[in-house]
Design a protein around this ligand. Structure first.
Ligand code: ATP
Ligand code: MG
Length: 554
């Protein structure tokens, strides 16, 4: 990776000052996913910001699993997350951590708070707990357990750890301020009982730290300098600071918040993505319509285009909605320069070149990538019977239609010849089934010796040489910009777009049959395609459309 990853932003200005003032001499960030799902494009923004910042300042970015919730976490997710981050182009080196490795220390810090009289065991039911918490404009009510002695609290905490109580029977709460206007400061829970096995610690623990208690400790243990998270954690920051101020830990990282990525036509919550999978609206986390990193990869997006997108949307403190068209633009822009071109016909109609001898065939030469001066070329077989796109023909075309349909009017077959339309053959029902044309042998390669011009150029394949390829055309998964917002009694499920996947059999030129898995190409005038790395086999590539081509060559 040679490019700049993140554009300069307010967090970098803070870092610049911290380095200048000597507050820090190195920059340490982290990416802390909870392993309860696959990564999505929103995570990619956070990954680019955290890893990109570390790269910019020659610091380090820790890869840390925030695995404090035993129930929803699975090893499959850990593996997929690491794979996706590597694929995105980032490297954590030796710095792979699990919050669960710190459980002993976290337990110790909770004991410390209890001993200091800054935490207590509370036996309120979850409903009572909520009821006591109150609303921002009115103070909450003290828990009746708030003044239990440290000795008594310690005993209860030990019993909690020993499995004496049931789930939910007790929680440990920080003793802060039941009148704080910030509800997160009203004696929040820091430890709870959860008799569940953990993917790394097994049955060692039946109590687990709450996110707010755990996260700042994880940051401090790892010596994080700038703990970057999304805006919804801004109101948690006083708690983050309170915990670190009240336990015996040297390091006190600072938390900075940025606006999360919201993308139109998309849902991003892991819970909703999981629902799409479980209810079989999509085929798993890597379905090419999913906004997951695995899905985008399977669709054919490059890591560089995702990084570029994340860079362009920028890092700010303002909530906004990004346009999925920008993501599409980024991959188009890259593939326009890098991808080889081939010819494929998605909706074929046969063309017979009447003046081309029946048994003749010849090889024409195509430039693979016209954007590359040193591009390789390929051989394209030509014969009397071809396929072209059905919509390159029009019965009774208007004058400005420069393709097939008007008798005598010529069109250029890309890299081949000028052909002139003669007539359309119909079946009994009146459907056009074949086009009859003639070619001009003097126009080989697609150029006329006499400078006569044709306005239209179309792609084609030789019927007997073409390969029948499976093509999967993907569209947006949802039919409206904000499927997340429940309105008119509709949920995001009601907004699934029914044509988000169309599968068809296309005719492609033989050279495209040899493409290996993961190749990214352009089918001329159609779009950018990816040779699916799972379903393709040798000499039988399956093509996923990454994005359609917006601007076609004429
Ligand atoms: P979800 O709410 O979908 O479960 P999450 O935020 O809980 O997502 P985590 O695994 O906790 O998921 O996220 C890991 C990191 O990625 C966090 O630092 C979080 O702030 C960041 N992140 C998650 N979603 C986005 C987003 N849409 N834009 C930017 N950063 C995000
Ligand atoms: Mg989270």
């Amino acid at each position: 990776m040679t490019e700049e990853i993140v554009a300069n932003n307010f967090i970098h200005e803070i870092i610049d000052e911290d380095l200048k003032s000597g507050k820090h001499t190195e920059v340490v960030t982290r990416f802390p996913p909870e392993p309860n799902g696959y990564l999505h494009i929103g995570h990619a923004k956070s990954i680019c910001l955290n890893f990109g910042t570390a790269i910019k300042y020659n610091g380090r970015c820790n890869m840390r699993f925030d695995d404090t919730n035993p129930e929803k976490e699975e090893v499959e997710y850990v593996d997929s997350i690491l794979e996706d981050i590597r694929w995105l182009g980032f490297d954590w080196g030796e710095n792979l951590f699990f919050a669960s490795d710190y459980f002993d220390r976290m337990y110790g810090y909770a004991v410390e708070l209890i001993e200091k009289g800054l935490a207590y065991a509370c036996r309120l039911t979850p409903e009572e707990f909520k009821g006591c918490r109150g609303i921002p404009t009115e103070p909450g009510k003290d828990s009746p357990f708030r003044d239990t002695t440290p000795e008594e609290n310690l005993k209860i905490f030990e019993n909690m750890k020993a499995g004496v109580y049931n789930d939910g029977e007790y929680v440990i709460r920080a003793k802060i301020d039941m009148a704080s206007p910030n509800l997160h400061m009203r004696d929040p829970a820091i430890y709870r009982i959860k008799k569940a096995d953990h993917h790394r610690t097994g049955d060692k623990w039946c109590i687990y730290p709450m996110y707010d208690f755990a996260h700042c400790i994880e940051d401090a243990i790892e010596g994080i300098t700038h703990s970057i998270c999304t805006l919804e954690f801004e109101v948690h920051r006083p708690l983050y600071d309170w915990i670190l101020d009240n336990i015996s830990i040297e390091c006190h990282p600072r938390q900075y918040e940025f606006a999360r990525l919201n993308l139109n036509y998309t849902v991003m919550s892991k819970r909703k993505l999981l629902q799409l999978i479980e209810e079989k609206y999509v085929n798993g986390w890597d379905d090419p319509r999913m906004p997951t990193v695995a899905g985008l990869r399977r669709r054919g997006y490059t890591a560089a285009s995702i990084r570029e997108f994340c860079k362009r949307i920028g890092v700010t403190k303002f909530e906004s909605m990004s346009d999925i068209a920008l993501l599409e633009h980024c991959v188009r822009e890259e593939l326009n320069v890098t991808s080889d071109r081939y010819m494929g016909v998605l909706d074929p109609i046969k063309v017979v070149i009447e003046n081309y001898p029946e048994n003749q065939e010849e090889i024409l030469i195509g430039t693979n990538n016209p954007m590359d001066e040193k591009s390789a070329t390929r051989e394209i077989p030509f014969s009397r019977e071809l396929y072209v796109e059905r919509n390159d023909y029009m019965e009774n075309p208007p004058n400005k239609f420069h393709r097939l349909g008007k008798p005598g009017k010529e069109v250029r077959l890309r890299y081949a010849y000028f052909i002139a339309f003669k007539e359309a053959i119909k079946d009994e029902d009146g459907n056009v089934i074949e086009l009859r044309c003639t070619y001009d042998p003097e126009t080989k390669g697609g150029n006329a010796p006499d400078e006569r011009k044709v306005r239209g150029t179309i792609q084609w394949v030789s019927a007997k040489h073409a390969y029948d390829a499976e093509m999967r055309l993907y569209d947006r998964l949802f039919d409206c910009e904000t499927p997340d917002i429940n309105k008119d009694g509709k949920t995001f499920i009601d907004h699934l777009y029914k044509d988000s996947l169309k599968t068809l059999t296309a005719k492609v030129e033989p050279a495209a049959q040899k493409l290996g898995k993961t190749a990214r190409i352009q089918f001329e005038r159609t779009g950018y395609f990816y040779v699916d790395h799972i379903d393709s086999t040798e000499n039988a590539p399956v093509f996923n459309q990454i994005v359609p081509l917006r601007s076609s060559w004429k």
